[in-house]
Design a protein around this ligand. Sequence first.
Ligand code: SF4
Length: 257
Amino acid sequence: MLTIRQLSCKSLLNKSTLGDFTLNCYVGCTPKCLYCYARYMKKFKERPEEWGDFVDVKINACEVLRKQLERIKPPKEVFMSSVGDGWQPLEARYKLSRACLKLLLEAGFEVSILTKSSLIQRDFDVLTRFKTVCLGMTITTLDKELQKVLEPYASTVQERLDTLKKAQDKRIKTWVFLGPLIPEFTDTYSNLEAIFKAIKGLNLDSIYIDRLNLRWQVLEALRKSLSKQDYLKWRLLFYKCINPQRYAEYSQQLRKK
Ligand code: SF4
């Protein structure tokens, strides 16, 4: 069951290495991806629910952002979002990411969006008005069965590819986050080939590729949710990841791949 908390925040733009700032209207995320590194927020916020079963809604987001924009001046790059998909299903009701995106772009900021949700199509009217925004979609695997396990409540990969295509038709700049490359699951040649084939015709600004962001909670989430036949692969993943030296060697091989 989903627990929604409507909370007031003090600050919305937070300094980050992902651009100059990150902006999150929501903490928590219902797509519930198994590999989600943001699940550390559950402990940080002391939420008793499982990751994916709670969302904190920053109900005063626009008001706080407006005040911050009086002090912070562009050009600055803002990444939306880092601890919850800004266009997860609840955004259809609250429209906070849309409103904040508009405020940022109208104030002259550069915005990089990363989402797995085709709900972003609702906001194409905003995206088409500005050259300083780039829409990114995460593509993890073309394997439908595996995608259902890894990202159970996100838009399908086909919906994401269609969204990118539609964005390009409207001359919106686009990029792809290819990852995370999970050892034994999504780092295979066949998976990578399938993805590159699928995105070949797209005129992307950039492709960003990354490994699995290793956290104990992520390994645990994968272990608990994978089927028995995938358990052997999980053990290989665990073997590669748990020892820092072995993970460094694996990472080097992955880079070559
Ligand atoms: S969509 Fe992103 S933030 Fe949400 S659960 Fe998946 S990986 Fe985490």
